[in-house]
Design a protein around this ligand. Structure first.
Ligand code: EPU
Length: 338
């Protein structure tokens, strides 16, 4: 079944809580439904300006969206292959990501537990290459099924998705050209814990021996302590990406700021936590009109109520300018500005 709404309020479809409208909002429950929307003559004028929305947890709307917003309600989940070592699970793009993690932990499958409590849906997980606590979803993705605007289905192998840090071909070269319908993940039957990140190991130890449930619980509690709940305070998680900088530049900064953290990227580059840079510029917890920098994680910008996308962007630019002035590093948004 398809559902089409005109002049549709998006406030419950973006976690920043922006009170904007879409000219048309359309939902589909299957590939056939999606094809019928994409080839619908009445919708044709809007297809030029069309976005796909998941839970809207990585979007910032600047104003009303004069176009078509598509939302997947494909929510089937099927184990398509099983061996002694792994299962391959094909999941609809509208399946809630954290429900999938909960399902996998309950079944006793491993690989997704570090990615617990990330807001969003399965389709967006494959676009954004969601990541946390030393894991990235690209490590689990076997293939991605997507439809082009003419209604043709294509299967992208993991390699063809060109995954990078919070990046994929669906954000780059093929941006706006495909609508994801299903993602197939490979989950393991034996654990391969990744507990090195931050205080995850300590949180797990507090709970005893690691298990899927224990790691999920530890991750949920770390996230809860640091990240604001979008149901209470509008936000889109990390607003900025952690910048990748030349090792030479980083070493020069370390001479001045001995405690500057980094994660290795390759021989010549490191990633510096943007949250640290922003905090050093004095922005952590600061309020600016109707927006603010979250008091427990400076990477997160929050809507204190009634803010517009432009107000958020203005604050983001001020922060990025300050960081650039102090550290010579330009931080860029992870959030997609529409
Ligand atoms: N830090 C500060 N001040 C802050 C925030 C962080 O000094 O206000 C320092 C911390 O002390 C630590 C380092 O920065 O040394 C890293 O902090 P944290 O572990 O909180 O992670 P992050 O790099 O800030 C990234 C992801 C998060 C993810 C966490 C955990 C990005 C853009 N963000 O944040 O992802 O949950 O790691 O893996 O890569 C998201 O994408 O929405 C998101 C929340």
């Amino acid at each position: 079944m398809t559902r089409i709404f005109y002049d549709y309020p998006l406030i419950s479809h973006n976690t920043f809580g922006m009170d904007v409208k879409a000219s048309v909002f359309a939902e589909f429950e299957s590939e056939d439904d999606l094809r019928s929307l994409l080839t619908n003559d009445t919708l044709a004028p809007y297809l030029q300006h069309c976005i796909v929305i998941g839970a809207g947890s990585n979007l910032l709307f600047g104003s009303d969206f004069e176009g078509l917003v598509l939302h997947s309600r494909i929510t089937d989940l099927t184990v398509v292959q099983e061996t002694d070592e792994y299962v391959k699970v094909r999941v609809g793009s509208g399946y809630v990501w954290d429900d999938f993690v909960a399902w996998s932990v309950k079944q006793g499958y491993f690989g997704a537990e570090n990615l617990s409590a990330i807001p969003g849906e399965v389709g967006a997980s494959a676009v954004q290459n969601i990541g946390a606590y030393g894991a990235e979803v690209s490590q689990l993705i076997e293939c991605v099924e997507a439809m082009d605007k003419q209604g043709n289905l294509r299967v992208f192998s993991n390699e063809e998705c060109c995954y990078g840090y919070r990046d994929s071909i669906f954000k780059g070269e093929l941006k706006g050209q495909y609508v994801i319908t299903h993602v197939t993940y490979r989950l393991m039957k034996q654990p391969c814990w990744k507990l090195d990140y931050g205080n995850l190991h300590a949180e797990v130890e507090l709970r005893g021996e690691p298990s899927g449930t224990v790691v999920r619980d530890a991750v949920q509690s770390i996230r809860k302590a640091k990240l604001p709940d979008p149901a209470v305070t509008g936000n889109a998680g990390s607003f900025f990406k952690n910048p990748v900088v030349a090792r030479e530049h980083y070493e020069h900064l370390r001479d001045v700021y001995a405690s500057i953290p980094c994660y290795p990227v390759d021989e010549k580059h490191v990633k510096v936590p943007a949250g640290w840079l922003i905090e050093q510029c004095g922005w952590k917890g600061r309020r600016w009109g109707r927006v603010a920098v979250h008091e427990k994680q400076a990477l997160v910008l929050v809507n204190l109520g009634g803010a517009t996308g432009n107000e958020v962007l203005e604050l983001a630019n001020r922060i990025a300018d300050d960081v650039e002035r102090k550290f010579g590093i330009r931080i860029t948004p992870e959030v997609n500005y529409i």
